[in-house]
Design a protein around this ligand. Structure first.
Ligand code: ZN
Length: 187
C-alpha cells in the first residue's frame, strides 16, 4: 500500500492505493473499488540552502540542494556537497528561519550554521613540570581518543588524563569531533 492516500476517480474521494507500475506516470489500483488508474508522479520539491560551515575559526558559505520537506535538527549530520566547492561532512550547530530554532523544515530555513566534522581541530593541554602547554592538531573527526592512551604531539609524549565533551561533561573515550579539549600528563 502506498503511504499517502490518492484521489480515486471512481470512488470520488481519497483512498488507499497499491502501486501497480511505476514510471513517468505511476499506475495505481484503488484498494476500495479496484479501479486501476494513472497518477502523476509527485515531483520532489527542492530548495537551495545556504550553509555556513565553520572549521576552527573560519566560516565559509556553501550552498546545497535539499528536499524542501526535509526536517533539519540542530545536532544532525549534514553532508554539504556544494557543487562549486568541496564536499564536507558537517554537524548542524544552529538553524535560522526568521529566528534561531532547534528544528525546522528545509524550506523554512534561511541559513544553516554547521561545523565540519571530517577533519577537526583538537585542542590538547599537556602538563609538563607544573606548567600547562596548549597544543592544537588536526585529526579526523571520527578518531577515537581514550583516557589512559599514550599520544605524541610535537615533542610532547603524554598520557590522556581527561576528555571534555562538546555537549556537556567528561568522558573516558570519545570521537575527536565531540571533544572540546583533551588534557594530558607528560610521561
Ligand atoms: Zn476507488
Amino acid at each position: 500500500m502506498l503511504e499517502d492516500q490518492i484521489f480515486c476517480p471512481a470512488c470520488g474521494t481519497d483512498t488507499d492505493h497499491t502501486l501497480i507500475k511505476s514510471g513517468q506516470e505511476n499506475l495505481v489500483r484503488c484498494d476500495d473499488c479496484g479501479t486501476v488508474h494513472p497518477v502523476e508522479v509527485k515531483r520532489v520539491r527542492l530548495v537551495n540552502l545556504k550553509v555556513i560551515v565553520n572549521w576552527d575559526d573560519r566560516a565559509l558559505p556553501h550552498f546545497i540542494t535539499i528536499r524542501a520537506n526535509e526536517l533539519l535538527n540542530v545536532g544532525d549530520e549534514l553532508l554539504v556537497d556544494d557543487p562549486t566547492k568541496d564536499v564536507v561532512m558537517t554537524q548542524i550547530t544552529s538553524l535560522e528561519t526568521d529566528r534561531r530554532v532547534r528544528s525546522a523544515l528545509a524550506e523554512t530555513v534561511k541559513t544553516v550554521w554547521a561545523r565540519a566534522t571530517d577533519e577537526v581541530p583538537l585542542r590538547i593541554t599537556v602538563f609538563r613540570g607544573g606548567k600547562s602547554h596548549p597544543l592544537k592538531i588536526t585529526v579526523p573527526g571520527d578518531e577515537l581518543l581514550e583516557v589512559g592512551e599514550k599520544r605524541r604531539v610535537e615533542n610532547f609524549q603524554f598520557i590522556i588524563v581527561k576528555i571534555k565533551l562538546r555537549g556537556e561533561g567528561f568522558a573516558d573515550a570519545a570521537e575527536a569531533k565531540n571533544i572540546v579539549r583533551v588534557w594530558g600528563r607528560e610521561i
